[in-house]
Write a protein that binds this ligand. Structure first.
Ligand SMILES: Nc1ncnc2c1ncn2[C@@H]1O[C@H](COP(=O)(O)OP(=O)(O)OP(=O)(O)O)[C@@H](O)[C@H]1O
Ligand SMILES: [Mg+2]
Length: 464
């Protein structure tokens, strides 16, 4: 039975609301002030709070801001006198569920409260589902029942509380950043900052300013002091993403910082002691980069105290069903939907797909499917269009522009391409285009493309 707290400084209003709502089957508690209301909210953890906007003491708006940070906040319905609707709108912006205007009408009350109750039930259902998933597979939202993911989570749990450097390998979208965050949030540094920098996304000439900071006048344009990421991450964790893209010169400086545990801002004279844990990730084969002298060997060994190798999604297909469930519940909550699962056909298609974009791609496929789905479960039709196969984009897949297309030009272009691909051996080019040699030769002549061509009949190439 949903629990409702009614807050109003007028006794008569409280009584009316209590009677109406109890008749509808709700458990109702009333308070004459927002202060008293907050106490009741802490005691009863209600689903819904119906509160007057203007009262002596704390107002309805202030109450909204003062709600305790529990896992589920109640849906707040604001009651406001006609003519003060703008403050009700303000309240909606601050997170109120809805508002009712006074004088109150029974039907409006019942309907609005019912809507709020449904919404709260949905939220609770999703949370239960999600908690069950967490307990089963996860560490702070990392889903993975496969043996390899379980091993990785064991490593994460073991190394997190220490300050060792961890180097994370994995293809794009396999969860490198997620693992880095898990290491940080399971460490003693978790109350300190977690900062991340993508070494591939920052131009070489800016990366050192980002990492080490600078003093005013360090270079043209340095008008003020900038604190670098190392300093900003003090007592926390710095995640160096795509470390394989760090320029060699910066690698040297980074190594020095790691060894000395101090940084010097560019143009600065003093070294600053820092206590930062480094996590790094890459989708490059760093050993190969070392052998090609693109990555410093000493830095490589300094970073890879512990390594985590994230498998691609196609190497751990047994994780697909729990991941699908996890993302369904995530996006149910986000979109206010009630999708229960995926059909057998849809699951099979998801399982058979080769997932070049790994979990990130799976997540976006499920996100879209949850949004589009208008039944209880995701069907094959909801996802099929998203699962593109390599080379499945047909050469015929061209749009005819409004101004039309020159058919002969297209034909000519195809013939030229076929000739180029076969080193001007006309007989082979004809075969590539599925034409008889005669038809092809006729076209070559027609388009004036026949010089340089070899007839091909006696060409030894053709016998291969
Ligand atoms: N095991 C997992 N359980 C749940 N969600 C996951 C898991 N792995 C990855 N994800 C989700 O997939 C998305 C991509 O993960 P993340 O950004 O960590 O990948 P990445 O390896 O850093 O990718 P990129 O190389 O492209 O930067 C994120 O939204 C993340 O939350
Ligand atoms: Mg990443």
């Amino acid at each position: 039975m949903p629990v409702i707290i009614v807050i109003d400084d007028e006794q008569r209003q409280r009584n009316i609301l209590e009677t109406i709502l109890e008749d509808e089957g709700y458990e109702v508690h009333t308070a004459h002030s927002a202060e008293k209301g907050l106490e009741l909210i802490k005691t009863f953890a209600p689903d819904i709070v119906l509160t007057d906007l203007k009262m002596g003491g704390i107002s309805g708006l202030q109450l909204l801001a003062a709600l305790p940070d529990g896992s589920v906040k109640p849906a707040v319905i604001i009651m406001t006198a006609y003519g003060t609707i703008s403050s009700a709108v303000e309240a909606m912006k601050k997170g109120a569920f809805d508002y009712l205007t006074k004088p109150l009408e029974k039907d409006a009350i019942v309907m609005t409260v019912q809507k709020a109750a449904e919404r709260m039930q949905l939220i609770r259902e999703n949370i239960t589902l999600r908690n069950a998933l967490y307990e089963k597979f996860s560490m702070d939202g990392i889903i993975g029942s496969s043996r390899r993911m379980q091993e990785i989570m064991d490593v994460v749990k073991k190394v997190a509380p220490t300050s060792v450097t961890v180097l994370i390998f994995g293809e794009s979208g396999t969860g490198k950043e997620l693992i880095a965050r898990a290491v940080h949030y399971n460490s003693l540094r978790k109350t300190g900052p977690f900062t991340a920098i993508n070494c591939a996304a920052i131009p070489d000439n800016l990366i050192e300013s980002e990492l080490f900071g600078y003093e005013p006048g360090a270079f043209t344009g340095a008008t003020h002091r900038k604190i670098g990421l190392f300093e900003a991450s003090n007592k926390g964790t710095l995640f160096l993403d795509e470390i394989g893209d760090l320029p060699l010169l910066t690698q040297t400086k980074l190594l020095r910082v790691l060894q000395d545990k101090e940084v010097r801002r560019i143009g600065g004279h003093d070294s600053i002691k820092i206590d930062v844990r480094i996590l790094a990730a890459t989708n490059k084969d760093l050993e190969k980069e070392v052998s090609r002298s693109k990555f410093r060997e000493d830095l490589f060994y300094r970073l890879k105290v512990v390594t985590v190798e994230l498998p691609s999604l196609k190497e751990r297909k047994e994780d697909i069903p729990p991941l699908v469930d996890f993302f369904i519940s995530k996006y149910n909550q986000e979109f206010g939907k009630r999708v229960k699962g995926a059909s057998e056909g849809a699951l099979k298609a998801l399982n058979d797909y080769y997932w070049p974009g790994n979990i990130r791609q799976l997540e976006s496929v499920v996100e879209r499917a949850v949004l589009m789905c208008d039944s209880e479960s995701i069907s094959l039709a909801d996802i099929r269009g998203e699962l593109k196969m390599p080379g499945s984009s047909s050469p015929f897949d061209i749009e005819i522009p409004d101004e039309g297309i020159n058919f002969e030009e297209m034909e000519k272009m195809l013939i030229k391409k076929a000739m180029a691909k076969t080193n001007n051996v006309a007989a082979r080019a004809a075969r590539l285009l599925g034409m008889s040699y005669k038809t092809f030769w006729y076209r070559l002549e027609k388009f004036g493309l026949n010089d340089g061509s070899q007839i091909g009949e006696n060409n030894p190439d053709l016998r291969t």
